[in-house]
Design a protein around this ligand. Structure first.
Ligand SMILES: [Ca+2]
Ligand SMILES: [Ca+2]
Length: 175
């Protein structure tokens, strides 16, 4: 993996989460992000799925604030964000997986329109076009992420794809 790549992706992630472009991350950025994803997925703001996602994202904010060395009541600077990320990415990748899991689970729950518990190809393509990321590659990405080749994406498969992206192993950004 390339360290520059990993660093660039972290910076991009920080900027994307900094929804109000204040230069620091606040809990409200994560609430807005959850609302934004819900809206793009055509979900009502207070639906169970939308509420789950908001809970997962604000929970992630609390984790980042804690591991960055600040408290969850103050904002997270880029330096604190990097500190938290280094902590999550330095050791066994299970640590990163555990931190990302609640968010991935909530997003999968939202994308999984038919409630099958997994994401099929149509659901995946709808999601990727809703977030406006790499539409042309959606079908190829689906095949790559579907590591057991059963034609649907499980929470674990999506989670691994997110981890692989942030560790610089793959180029397809999911979230
Ligand atoms: Ca499904
Ligand atoms: Ca699969």
């Amino acid at each position: 993996m390339s360290d520059t790549n990993v660093q660039d992706r972290l910076q991009r992630r920080f900027n994307r989460w900094d929804n109000d472009h204040s230069g620091v991350l606040e809990k409200s950025d994560f609430e807005r992000e959850a609302d934004d994803i819900a809206e793009r997925m055509g979900e009502r703001p207070n639906s169970q799925r939308a509420t789950q996602l908001k809970k997962a994202l604000t929970g992630m904010y609390d984790d980042i604030a804690r591991d960055g060395g600040g408290g969850s009541s103050s904002a997270v600077s880029w330096e604190q964000f990097q500190k938290a990320a280094q902590k999550w990415m330095a050791s066994d990748e299970r640590v990163l997986r555990d931190h990302l899991r609640p968010m991935v689970q909530a997003v999968v729950g939202m994308v999984d329109r038919d409630g099958s518990g997994t994401i099929d190809r149509d659901e995946f393509v709808a999601w990727i076009s809703a977030i406006g990321a790499g539409e042309g590659q959606a079908s190829d990405a689906f095949d790559t992420i579907d590591t057991d080749g059963d034609g649907s994406l499980s929470v674990d498969e999506v989670l691994q794809a997110c981890v692989d992206f942030h560790l610089g192993r793959t180029d397809f950004e999911l979230l």
